[in-house]
Ligand binder design. Structure first.
Ligand code: FMN
Length: 336
């Protein structure tokens, strides 16, 4: 029996729900082609950062005015290779156009920023370059103790609204898990224009190098254990928030994709597993997923999707609380 894996995400027709998340792998044409060959449903390109776009604009102005650029110099200590950025924003647009021509699967552009401002115009350029949709990654870590949560949330909403104003393609918003009320935030993000919510941004945590006494930025690839957080939240949000959902963080195996679908995700995004195993890993995951669905007599992914969502259950608060208590109370102390 053949299983229907087709999926709709952001209004786009995908041949299956496995999406290559934003990483350097989707930043090359070779990577994009290999992912399509492995059967991936769609790709998200690496992000262009607000700082890159603003720097390009500043550089342009400086060249035109031939004035001093003490601000750019003061920033350069924080943002190494800043001089390359002006060209990167242009080559990014070229990459979108070339990727769009090279493959038939949907190509999703990615913007990464935190503030509402002129740089947001770049969203329109991503659309004009041929992207099928846009993912907006809001990577915002509050550092000022005077700033209250409501102000931070408003920044997200203003940014989503502004980006949405620029484009007519669908917009997905990638956020972290740290909101006091994620369900309320998810509803307001959709009201501000988000067509999909991508859960969750991983907040890379720098370590400290004790030899050099320096901050040591590092990227730790995820494991399937990291899936549990987005799984819980998509399970609670599905059916209550009028948006598509993408799971990102911890999608490594066919089982991880199936679990994501069961809680209601429209797509499961994969980054670390592809970086670790190569683009071909997508083909293995898809074959295993199809075999599982077949074995369990599912005719399509639509039939499976959301069957373990809990947000629309009669009393989700009590459900969450009961599970928590059960887990703690039934744990047996191994030392007695
Ligand atoms: C090396 C690397 C580069 C990444 N670059 C981006 C990026 O440019 N924009 C973005 O939104 N996410 C970026 N991510 C995050 C991934 O898209 C993904 O959301 C995250 O790694 C969690 O998924 P995973 O558990 O499958 O790795 C990057 C991740 C890695 C490991």
């Amino acid at each position: 029996m053949s299983v229907d894996l087709t999926t709709t995400y952001l209004g786009l027709e995908l041949k299956n729900p496995l999406v290559a998340s934003s990483t350097p792998m989707t930043g090359t044409l070779d990577g994009v082609r290999r992912l399509e060959e492995a059967g991936i449903g769609a790709i998200v390109l690496p992000s262009v950062f607000e700082e890159e776009i603003e720097h390009e604009a500043m550089e342009m102005q400086r060249l035109m005015e031939r004035g001093t650029d003490s601000f750019a110099e003061s920033l350069s200590g924080y943002f190494p290779e800043f001089e390359d950025y002006a060209t990167r924003t242009e080559s990014y647009l070229r990459h979108i156009t070339e990727a769009r021509e090279a493959v038939t699967i949907p190509v999703i552009g990615s913007l990464n920023g935190t503030t509402n401002g002129g740089w947001v115009n770049y969203a329109k350029r991503i659309e004009d370059a041929g992207a099928d949709a846009l993912e907006l990654n809001v990577y915002l870590i509050p550092t000022d103790p005077e700033t209250v949560g409501a102000e931070i949330e408003q920044r997200y909403l203003d940014l989503v609204w502004e980006v949405n104003e620029q484009v007519s393609i669908p917009v997905a918003v990638k956020v972290g898990p740290y909101f006091s009320s994620l369900p309320n935030m998810a509803v307001r993000l959709t009201e501000a224009g988000a067509d999909a919510i991508v859960l969750f941004n991983r907040f890379y945590q720098p370590d400290i190098d004790l030899v050099e006494l320096e901050v040591e930025p590092r990227v730790d690839l995820s494991s399937s254990q990291d899936l549990l957080l987005p799984l819980r939240w998509v399970a609670l949000l599905t059916g209550r928030v009028d948006a598509d959902f993408a799971v990102t963080s911890g999608v490594h195996t066919a089982a991880d994709v199936i679990k994501s679908l069961l809680v209601g995700a429209d797509v499961a995004m994969m980054a670390s597993a592809l970086l670790k195993n190569g683009a071909g890993h997508a083909a293995t995951v898809l074959a295993e997923m199809e075999a599982w669905l077949d074995e369990h007599e599912y005719a399509s992914v639509d039939q499976l999707r959301g069957s373990m969502a809990v947000g629309t259950a009669p009393n989700p608060d009590a459900f969450v609380r009961a599970n928590y208590m059960k887990m703690l109370v039934t744990y047996t102390n191994p030392w007695v």
